[in-house]
Design a binder for this molecule. Structure first.
Ligand SMILES: Nc1ncnc2c1ncn2[C@@H]1O[C@H](COP(=O)(O)OP(=O)(O)O)[C@@H](O)[C@H]1O
Ligand SMILES: [Mg+2]
Length: 260
């Protein structure tokens, strides 16, 4: 497989001076105050910031779930601000997979049903690729749990099903908002390791939003958000290219390289 990091392609996400002001009555809240970022193809980027810093607002904007007040958002070469709602929805369904803190699985469907319905509503022309489904559920270690309903699964399992649901359509971009926010530390570590592994194996771009610096540390790069502005940037503990063999089955290291 080609190394995605060496391809001379433009960044998959570019924002310029992205601004969001919420208005309710006469009260205006500037949730994002001019965010300019670039995300490379295949990158695992974490955006970390305290509660109220604008993380979810940025997530909704990047996912095309809401519109910016000002600024530019280019996703895979497409200017999102120039799209009408129908086009934005279509592009979102084709290019972006969402993972939420509260999993948001449908309670009456099995794990498999939840994955299948995500595929159905994406309106892909081709039928679901069963080999890919098998690969994905195996990478996520949920193959034994597919017949169970969400209530019969642990939080960690539910989030892994939710990740399979986000990835079954093979989106170019995976957006995760506090994916470990409702998990204990053991399940949280497992979910983070899987997000990283999937990012490496499937080559999509992953953008994870979190208030937890330990979770953010697994990323290639970490951006710090405060009061609606990016105030700093650093490399994550597993910054590429120091990942020989990670994710390529047999040679995957079991523990992260010693940080600092
Ligand atoms: N729909 C909304 N209407 C008004 N203010 C909002 C709305 N959503 C978020 N905010 C405000 O915008 C700021 C950023 O919120 P949010 O993006 O949810 O931050 P985070 O996810 O980092 O906690 C906060 O001050 C919040 O109160
Ligand atoms: Mg939030």
């Amino acid at each position: 497989m080609t190394d995605v990091s060496t391809r001379p392609l433009p960044p998959i996400i570019v924002t310029e001076n992205l601004t969001k002001v919420y208005t309710s009555g006469r009260v205006r809240v500037a949730a994002l105050r001019g965010v300019s970022i670039e995300v490379e193809r295949g990158e695992f980027l974490a955006i970390v910031g305290p509660s109220g810093s604008g993380k979810s607002t940025l997530f909704y904007l990047l996912g095309g779930l809401t519109r910016a007040t000002h600024g530019k958002l280019i996703i895979d070469g497409v200017d999102f601000a120039a799209l009408d709602d129908a086009e934005r929805t279509r592009l979102r369904k084709h290019r972006i997979g969402f993972v939420f803190q509260r999993f948001n699985l449908l309670p009456t469907l099995s794990a498999m049903g939840n994955i299948e319905i995500a595929y159905v509503v994406s309106h892909r022309k081709e039928p679901m690729d069963l080999k890919f489904l098998d690969h994905l559920t195996s990478l996520l270690s949920i193959q034994e749990r597919l017949k169970h309903r969400p209530a019969e699964l642990s939080g960690g399992e539910q989030q892994r099903v939710a990740i399979a649901r986000a990835l079954i359509t093979r989106p170019a971009i995976v957006l995760a908002d506090e994916p470990t926010g409702n998990l204990d530390s053991k399940n949280s570590d497992a979910v983070l390791a899987m997000l990283l592994k999937l990012n490496r194996e499937l080559g999509q771009t992953t953008l994870m939003i979190t208030h937890n610096p330990d979770a953010a540390a697994i990323a290639d790069r970490i951006l710090h958000l405060r009061d609606g502005e990016i105030v700093g940037e650093e490399k994550g503990a597993r910054a590429a290219p120091a990942l020989p063999g990670f994710g390529s089955s047999a040679s995957a290291p079991e523990s992260p390289p010693a940080a600092d």
